[in-house]
Write a protein of this length. Structure first.
Length: 98
């Protein structure tokens, strides 16, 4: 769902050539103007499912003092990585499997 309210639509159509009914319940093209030409969207190449996530590393840090949060560990790791390398997913796992 787009989560657009009626007011959002009215505001978006304010400078448009489209006309709104007075009660704002319908939109029409004035003079039965032609519809825009339908153009096909370019298709994205499907990634090979076997190799969709190749190129990454999985790391596990153990023996971290209890007063350190996983966010602190994440920030320190990020500081050590090269500038253009991004962390995709970092989370906490404890010995209670939580």
């Amino acid at each position: 769902a787009m989560r657009a309210t009626k007011e959002d639509v009215v505001t978006a159509l304010k400078d448009s050539k489209l006309e709104l009914k007075e009660d704002r319940s319908a939109v029409r093209r004035p003079g039965n103007a032609a519809l825009p030409k339908l153009e096909a969207k370019p298709l994205h190449q499907k990634k090979n499912t076997l190799h969709a996530h190749d190129g990454g590393a999985i790391a596990c840090f153990k023996g971290i003092p209890a007063e350190q949060t996983w966010m602190q560990v994440k920030e320190k790791l990020k500081a050590k990585l090269p500038e253009k390398v991004n962390l995709w997913f970092v989370s906490e796992v404890n010995d209670k499997a939580q």
